[in-house]
Design a protein around this ligand. Structure first.
Ligand code: ZN
Ligand code: ZN
Length: 236
């Protein structure tokens, strides 16, 4: 059954029932195109079938065409965008503002936040917002980079060596101007992270009972710092 409820008599007509019995709105007849006399439902199926049949081939040829005429296509699109700028913007803002869209987005996000990736993403967004609020620097980092950072410390707290409840610690606290980027991250256990709070990393660490000069050296090495410039703000 098609979604067309009102018959466009210029393009369609109700004709003989097709051999697959595509009954249009319980009329006992098939909706056919005036030009090709083909059943609309049959045509839809045919189109879908041929789309999947030639999908890979078509994609490849489209990609090849794009590679050959890259600049041309880009310029064409840019020109079209410049000419219809207002239309694009109006349409986009309209689309984004509909209540249905907002609601579906809200539902999607609340589901996503329950997943492990979603939890990490929420945490990163929190970090980023906090950095923006204080006008601190922020640079993007990937989950892969975080994973290799954790590996450098054998998936243990960089300060005390504990392996449970690991979180990312901003080496130079965000409230002290510490940027939100990879060069300012150290894996730490929840206990160390909360205990350290916004204190100077070196003063705090050296006053702890679990202080180890070996671990302190490793932290400086991973962050690319020395004892004299450990407070310098990284950019990446
Ligand atoms: Zn049919
Ligand atoms: Zn710790």
């Amino acid at each position: 059954m098609t979604n067309i409820t009102e018959l466009d008599t210029n393009r369609f007509y109700l004709g003989r029932l097709c051999k697959y019995g595509h009954d249009w709105n319980f009329t006992g007849k098939s909706l056919r195109r005036k030009d090709y006399r083909v059943c609309t439902e049959c045509q839809l199926w045919h189109n879908r079938k041929s789309y999947w049949k030639h999908r890979n081939k078509n994609r490849e040829s489209a990609a090849a065409y794009y590679q050959q005429h890259r600049e041309e296509i880009r310029q064409k699109h840019a020109k079209h965008y410049q000419e219809h700028k207002e239309d694009y913007r109006r349409r986009q803002s309209k689309l984004l503002r509909t209540p249905q869209r907002k609601e579906s987005w809200r539902q999607y996000m609340s589901k996503f936040r329950q997943t492990p990736q979603g939890k990490v993403a929420a945490k990163r967004a929190k970090f980023r917002r906090r950095a923006y609020k204080l006008y601190n620097h922020h640079a993007h980092y990937s989950l892969h980079q975080i994973e290799s950072l954790k590996q450098r410390f054998d998936h243990a707290c960089a300060y005390c060596g504990a392996t449970i409840n690991l979180v990312l610690d901003h080496f130079i606290p965000v409230s002290k101007g510490g940027p939100d980027c990879l060069g300012n991250f150290i894996p730490a256990c929840h206990k160390c992270n909360t205990n350290k709070r916004d204190r100077d990393p070196m003063i705090w660490y050296k006053s702890q009972s679990f202080y180890s000069s070996k671990r302190w050296k490793l932290i400086l090495e991973v962050l690319g710092k020395t004892e004299s410039n450990y407070n310098q703000l990284p950019l990446f």
